[in-house]
Design a protein around this ligand. Sequence first.
Ligand code: 4AD
Ligand code: MG
Length: 456
Amino acid sequence: MRTLVRDILKSESEVGDILAQGWVRTRRDSKAFSFIELNDGSCLANVQVIADATIPGYEESVLKIQTGASVSIKGKLVASSGGKQKWEIHATEVEVLGHSHDDFPLQKKGHSMEFLRSIAHLRPRANLFGAVFRVRSRMAYAIHQFFQERDFIYVHTPIITASDCEGAGEMFRVTTLNGEQISAGKDEEDFFGKKTYLTVSGQLEGETFACALSNIYTFGPTFRAENSHTSRHASEFWMIEPEIAFCDLDADMQLAEDLVQYLVSDALEHCAEDLAFFGKFVDKGLFERLEFVKSRAFERVSYTEAVEILEKSGKKFEFPVKYGHNLQSEHERFLTEEHFKCPVTVYNYPKEIKPFYMRLNDDDKTVAAMDLLVPGIGEIVGGSQREERLDLLKANMAKHDLNEEDYSWYVDLRKYGTVPHAGFGLGFERLLMFVTGVANIRDVIPFPRVPGSAEF
Ligand code: 4AD
Ligand code: MG
C-alpha cells in the first residue's frame, strides 16, 4: 500500500517495507548511489530516496530519471544520518511510471508567477502553488466546520439566475439565442423564457432560506463581469454567504469577525508548514500579522467617522475623500494599515452608494451596511442588515429602478412573516490572500478567470 510523503515524514519509527509514489524534483548521482528528491503534493517537503547502484535495473531506470518524472519506489524507511529530515527511504526497487521530457519547464531555480501561470498542468507542482492549494482546501473545510459547529444549514443557491443582487449590472448573460435574436430582443424565446445570468451573489436566494431555516450559509462560485484589472478582482470567485434570521447588524459584524479569526487560527494550527513557506518566501510579516489577528479584537468605525479620519489624516490620496462617495481601496488600506493597524469593520454607509436590499437606519441617511477591511487587501467581507419592512423595501426598489415584478418572490418574504435578518459575503480568494500573503488573486485560484484571460 502506498504511503503519502506527509505520513512518511511524520513516521514514529523505521518501517521495513514502504511504497512511495510521486514526482521527482531532483536526482543527484555519486559513484555508488543516487539521491532522489521525491514529492507527491501531500505536503511541501520532499522525502529523500537513496537508490544504491546495486539495485536491479539501476542504470536503465534510476539513471534515466529526470526532473518531473513519476516514479514508484519500494524500500525501507530508515533514520536519516545527516540532512534536514528525520527519515529517508533506502530503495530496493525503483520503477519509472512516466518519464519527463527534456523540455520540462519547472527547474530547481525559482520562476516568476507570470511564467508559472502560463503552464497550467505543471503549476500545481511548484512549491508555492502546492502550498496555496493545500491551504485553500483546508480553509474550505474550516469554513464548513465553523458554520456546522454553529448549526448553520448549508444551502446550494443557483448559479444561473434572473436577478441582479448587487444591482451593478455586472453580469454575464447566459443565453442560447443567436446574435440576431438577441438584437431583436426576443428574450421570451430564450432557453428559460427570459433573460438569465451567472449569479453575482447567492444572497437573495439565501434570504429566502434564512426566512424559513433561520441560520443558513452558502459557499459557491460567483461571477462578475466588471472590467477591473486589479490584483484583488477576479471574474469568477468563490463566496461564503451566511444569512441569519432574527439578527441585526451588530451580531452580523460579530459573526464576520469571528469567522475571519477562526479561519486564521485554523490555518496557523493546521497549515503550519505551508505558512512557514509563505513567511519565508512571500511575505516576511505574515506570522506576526496572523498571530496578531488571531488574538486581538477588531476595530469598528462608522462610515462617517472613517471619512473624518481620512480627511484629518493629511494624506494625499489619488481619489479625494468625500462624504457620500465609496471608499477606495487606498482609503480602506489607510484605515486598516496605518490608522488602526488592525482589521476594521466600517458600518452605516450612505444609502445612495449601497444596493437596494440594505436596511435604512433611523437617521434616514445611512443604511445598516458593513465592510470588514484587513491590512494588505482592504475589503474582504461586505454585508448588511436587510430591509425587512415591506413599504421601505418597495420604495427602495423603485429608487433603484428595479422591476418589482422580477423580484416579487423576494418581496413576498416581507409579506408573510417578515423578520429582521442580516448576512454578509466573505470573498474566499481575498481571505486566502490574507492568510497566505500571496499578493495577486490569480495565484490563489486553481484556474483564474479575469478580464481578457480564461486559459485552460
Ligand atoms: O461586497 P460584495 O459585492 O457583497 C455581496 O455580494 C453581498 N451580496 C454579500 C452578502 O451580503 N451576502 O461582495 C462580497 C465579497 C467582497 O467583500 C469581496 O471579498 C468579494 O466578495 N468580492 C470579490 N472577490 C474577488 N473578485 C471580485 N471581483 C470580487 N467582488 C467581490
Ligand atoms: Mg462590497
